[in-house]
Design a protein around this ligand. Structure first.
Ligand code: S3P
Length: 179
């Protein structure tokens, strides 16, 4: 991170099932920050589930809502922002988050991701005949975007608590002017 950046927020990016929500909540608690989840906010504003938005309006409409929301976040302070897995694939989103947030990517292998999401049904992109292949393909396509984070943390062998500890450490380090 270059020295001209002074992150007042922390944004968690990463694929579905990497623990952004659970880690993000814990990090917010430990830093005494507010917690904001882009998926939750989109759903509560629309009064609809993400699945419903994808099904009736299409993915492009959902991505537009994401982009509008991200643009509003510049006004936030002391907030942990947990983002939907596809949000960084729109370069405008990372460009808009970077001036105010340290971007931390939670990473996991496709095998671990599948293990974590296999019994969940709320993600439209994984309602696929072959979810394992879908995860592998999407993750490979998105890797260049995730790698634009300031910090990458592998969660394969870390508990939620351990991952949160790492995130807090990296944030404090960045705030102290290092990194
Ligand atoms: C998506 C991930 C989901 C949600 C939507 C699309 C994606 O968020 O935004 O279903 O494109 O990877 P989570 O990463 O919180 O599951």
């Amino acid at each position: 991170m270059n020295s001209s950046r002074h992150p007042v927020n922390l944004a968690l990016i990463g694929f579905m099932g990497t623990g952004k929500t659970s880690v993000g909540r814990l990090v917010a608690e430990q830093l005494h920050f507010d917690y904001l989840d882009t998926d939750e906010l989109i759903q509560s504003r629309a009064g609809r589930t993400i699945t419903d938005i994808f099904e009736k309006d299409g993915e492009a409409a959902f991505r537009k809502l994401e982009q509008q929301l991200v643009a509003e976040l510049a006004a936030r302070k002391r907030t942990v922002i947990s983002t939907g897995g596809g949000l960084p694939t729109n370069p405008l989103n990372l460009a808009s988050l970077k001036p105010h947030s340290l971007i931390v990517c939670l990473w996991a292998s496709p095998e671990k991701i599948f293990e974590r999401v296999r019994n969940q049904t709320h993600r439209p992109l994984l309602r696929d005949a072959n979810p394992q292949l879908k995860i592998r393909e999407l993750l490979a396509a998105r890797e260049p975007f995730y790698r634009q984070a300031d910090v990458l943390i592998n969660t394969d062998l870390r508990s939620v608590r351990e991952a949160a500890q790492q995130v807090v450490h990296q944030f404090k380090f960045a705030q102290s002017g290092h990194s």
